[in-house]
Design a protein around this ligand. Structure first.
Ligand code: GAR
Length: 206
């Protein structure tokens, strides 16, 4: 009997272009060892949910603002992960910080994409456009993206892949964000998902 592919949940909060990159990579054969089983959004109005629907993937909402506590929020997420028997969690533009209890429970099973070369411009308060504003205001000439495992330290887990992107003299936070996505995030996130999916599938075989 052949081993089942790694069962993936993608956690989102916004536009979901990184989710799209993962779904496209499954279709094009860049990801062969994993399957996206569910998309979980922390916001009911996230466009990422539309992308999941268009792709025939189940979408669920666990709204942070409707939960009384962080614990209730995370229990809501864990219930879905259990129901779908998820092996690997991918944070793709997920804008809520997860507790140490959560990250310990899924040690080496949570990936995150961050839009800078960690350890630059990362940690608490550095998310989305703010990361690119910080890179431009510091005046660095090279930035990029990082995919890493998630532990209890924000953006502090083991690095899996990084890709550099040059800053152009006339870049704005918006143009830089777009180029970092196109040249780095949408490439290294699917690649990292495949690397870890293959690893987890082999673990299941043994
Ligand atoms: C991406 O640039 C992602 O790296 C970033 O938010 C954007 C989400 O876009 N994540 C963080 O800043 C996390 N610290 P998307 O919803 O189109 O994938």
């Amino acid at each position: 009997m052949s081993t089942e592919k790694t069962r993936i949940a993608v956690l989102v909060s916004g536009g979901g272009t990184n989710l799209q990159a993962i779904l496209d990579a499954v279709d094009s054969g860049v990801i062969t060892h994993g399957e996206v089983k569910v998309v979980i959004s922390s916001r009911a109005d996230a466009y990422a949910l539309e992308r999941a629907k268009k792709h025939g993937v189940d979408g669920k909402v666990v709204s942070r603002k409707n939960c009384q506590s962080q614990q209730a929020f995370e229990t809501g997420i864990i219930d879905i992960l259990d129901a779908y028997k998820i092996d690997l969690i991918v944070l793709a533009g997920f804008m809520s910080i997860l507790s140490a209890d959560f990250t310990k429970k899924y040690e080496n099973r949570i990936l995150n994409v961050h839009p800078s070369l960690i350890p630059s411009f990362c940690g608490k308060g550095f998310y989305g456009l703010k990361v690119h504003e910080a890179a431009l205001s510091y005046g660095v000439k090279v930035t990029g993206a990082t995919v890493h495992f998630v532990n209890e330290i924000p953006d502090g887990g083991e690095i899996i892949l990084q890709k550099a992107v040059y800053i152009e003299p006339d870049d704005t936070p918006e143009t830089l964000q777009k180029r970092v996505m196109q040249e780095a995030e949408w490439k290294i996130l699917p690649e990292a998902v495949e690397i870890v999916s293959e690893r987890l599938m082999k673990e299941k075989e043994n």
